[in-house]
Design a protein around this ligand. Structure first.
Ligand SMILES: [Zn+2]
Ligand SMILES: [Zn+2]
Length: 173
């Protein structure tokens, strides 16, 4: 959704509050597409700081479906985001991208909330997702989810250094 900024930029110290749906059903990045459900819509406070500077404060919450890093079970991960940005409307669009080092969510005199939310999700996306801290993962041999119990495979893997020693012993016999 685009929010026209001419109103807030019309006079100094003007404050505009808006609440908009994040409109995101999924979060698509190079790692894959992750379904999202909105928990709290995007609440924005736009403040004209004078001198063509705009302060954007916002917060929103989503729940993301992310597979566990070890066993691939879908985990519902709450992501709460709050941010504060100052935008200099005098700078060209290119200048602004360099300045903030992120996607350009200001398009002329419009604030693109979808781009803003996407950029914030990218920054706040969890680095690691586990279904539980001690997830046992899946068996590398048979693919069974080891949280459901042992699979019976011979999973005693030799330490690679030990394997070398074992080989030496075998050859010396
Ligand atoms: Zn897991
Ligand atoms: Zn197995």
């Amino acid at each position: 959704m685009l929010i026209n900024l001419t109103d807030v930029l019309s006079c100094e110290e003007k404050v505009v509050k808006r609440t908009v749906e994040t409109e995101l059903q999924s979060f698509d990045i190079s790692l894959g597409s992750f379904p999202l459900t909105e928990e709290k819509p995007l609440a924005l406070i736009l403040t004209n700081l004078g001198d063509d500077k705009l302060l954007i404060e916002g917060e929103f919450s989503v729940k993301a479906q992310i597979p566990c890093d070890r066993c691939l079970t879908e985990v519902e991960v709450p992501i709460d985001v709050s941010f504060e940005k100052e935008v200099d409307m005098k700078l060209s669009a290119e200048g602004r991208i360099d300045d903030l080092d992120e996607t350009d969510f200001i398009n002329g005199y419009n604030l693109d909330t979808a781009k803003l939310v996407y950029g914030e999700l990218l920054v706040n996306w969890p680095m690691k997702t586990l279904c539980k801290p001690d997830c046992k993962g899946i068996c590398r041999k048979c693919g069974k989810n080891l949280n459901d119990g042992p699979c019976g495979c011979d999973t005693v893997e030799l330490d690679p250094r030990m394997a070398v020693i074992a080989e030496i012993f075998k050859n010396s016999k």
